[in-house]
Design a protein around this ligand. Sequence first.
Ligand code: GLU
Ligand code: ZN
Length: 477
Amino acid sequence: MPRPITTRFAPSPTGALHLGNARTALFNWLHARKRGGRFLLRIEDTDRARSEETQVGALIAELTWLGLDWDAGPDREDAAGPYRQSERSGVYAAAWQRLLEQGLGYPCYCTPLELELARKAALSAGRPPRYAGTCAHLDASERAARAAEGRPASLRFRVTPGEAIEYVDLVRGPQRFLADDLGDFIVRRADGGAAFLFCNIIDDAAMGVTEVLRGEDHVANTPRQLLIARALGLKAPAYGHLPLLVGADGAPLSKRHGSASVRDLRQAGYLPEAVVNLLARLGHSYQAEGWQERAELIAHFDLAALGRAPAHFDPVQLTHWQKEAVQRASPAALEHWARGRVPPGQEAAFIAGLRANLVLPADAATWAPIVYGELPCATGEVRDAIVTAGAGYFTAALAASAGKADYARLVASLKAATGLAGRALFRPLRAALTQRFDGPELAQLLALMPPAVVAARFGAARELSTRPVSLDETPTR
Ligand code: GLU
Ligand code: ZN
């Protein structure tokens, strides 16, 4: 029996949920659900200036929309909480105190300017730009003197020189870092705020997190976090670092690739199952190439199938999964696409008839006036098709569709009246009814169209084929 696992998603609520972060959340969730483990939501809002409470609500709404659920979080507190870091300052203060007492942390009085100058000097001397250890060995009186100058102190973690820090990354395999490359690093800022990497490991340990999948931008934090855990006798989680999500051009995914946030996709009308089917494959390979229901995505999720290469976000794939999702969606999930665009009460029928031609709500907006509204005077190829069929064709169409049009009867009458068949028979019909040559089956369309609309379309087509030259095209005499 594999040991029980706990994963988490730990977003900083500084903006809309980015697709890269949504994928991180999804992978942690899939892994937890696959293993029958727990999945936590922790809000990393120690950077109060950049965090907004409204973003927390939005995050929860977007994760919920994606169909993710968590066993504990800011809206579902339990004994390991609170799940907002801004409410955990006591936990961090106690940990800093222990580091100080053990001599594993020390106050650093260097100003930002001094640090910057030291950094530049190191770089120009060809040394790594790590902290030089200026304050590492101050005695009590030296500290008191600096404090008396009014210098605020940050708290630095004392790294033992000479050792190597090793861990096996769940995605990248064995990793090795040299303590000497790290330098003593800040765990409490001079303004008293907790450093991100510090609270992150303290909380993972306190909340019993066993596995963390996160973006590879956090690789450099990992050795430092492992050192903190060891110093405080905490059990660090196993880490797996996911490759970046990039656009087709290889650059990190951003707004200029189109939709970069869950909110954008949601607002454009993408369905959560489409987004999830896409994200689950970005950096993780499933044996099955086709659509997978949620339970299958869970059942076949496998850490061993996580890739190391940057994962490409491709809008064409998004459209592919959206089409799949639309064909599978319940009528209720799509009806709001029709609401306000079709006559009240017709929403379900419209969605049922048009489903194969709908990808996004915008498509419902395109088709609704074709089915129920008025069309402008035909032009171009559509007009040619109508004119070629001739007035007799539409006179027959009008007669055969009087009352409620029945497709089979209409086609039979048109055949009999015109002697046409195949393309010559159907093209003018589609042209007159929709002014386009693509779209749903005519039978389905006709069943949806109000009789008055059908009559108006055939009437207009007959008119056009009787007087094919429109007024504005009439040569002046
Ligand atoms: N708050 C961090 C982020 O959003 C969490 C990193 C982690 O998962 O450890 O990047
Ligand atoms: Zn210092």
